[in-house]
Design a protein around this ligand. Structure first.
Ligand code: MN
Length: 136
C-alpha cells in the first residue's frame, strides 16, 4: 500500500494534443506494471482535445461544467456533470469544454502494451467545434 499525498502536480499537455488552456492532474501513478490510467482534466471554455484514439478505448466522467464530445462521423454532443461517455478502442473522437463553460472530467483508460495512452491526430477546427450541438 502506498498513500500518494495530494500535491501540486497539475501539468499542461503539449499544444499538439489540445486547443486552448487545459490542465491535467494525474490520479493513478504510471510508474508501475499496471496499465491503468486515470486523470482529472480541466478544460477552460472552448478548450478541447485534438482528434485522437485510444488503443483500448476510454471512459470519461464529467464532474463539473458543460462540455462537448464527438466521434468521427457523429454529431457534436453536449455533456454535463454526471454524464459518462465511453469511446471504443480505435474510435476517432475529441472532447472538451463548451464555448461558454469550464468543464472537468475524469478520464480512465488502459494504456496499450507499449504504454501508449492515445494516438493523436489533427486539431479540431473551429468549424468542427462550432457545429450545432445535439441537445443533451
Ligand atoms: Mn479521449
Amino acid at each position: 500500500m502506498e498513500i500518494i499525498r495530494s500535491r501540486p502536480q497539475t501539468a499542461s499537455p503539449p499544444p499538439e494534443w489540445f486547443t486552448g488552456k487545459v490542465f491535467i492532474d494525474q490520479i493513478a501513478p504510471t510508474d508501475t506494471a499496471s496499465r491503468l490510467r486515470a486523470y482529472k482534466v480541466h478544460f477552460t471554455p472552448a478548450a478541447r482535445t485534438a482528434w485522437h484514439t485510444h488503443p483500448n478505448g476510454q471512459v470519461i466522467h464529467v464532474t463539473e461544467g458543460v462540455g462537448l464530445a464527438q466521434r468521427r462521423g457523429g454529431p457534436v454532443e453536449q455533456i454535463r456533470a454526471g454524464d459518462s461517455v465511453r469511446f471504443e478502442p480505435g474510435e476517432h473522437h475529441w472532447h472538451g469544454a463548451d464555448a461558454m463553460h469550464f468543464m472537468t472530467h475524469l478520464a480512465f483508460h488502459e494504456a496499450g502494451e507499449d504504454g501508449t495512452d492515445a494516438n493523436w491526430g489533427e486539431h479540431v477546427t473551429d468549424a468542427e467545434y462550432s457545429a450545432p450541438a445535439a441537445d443533451a
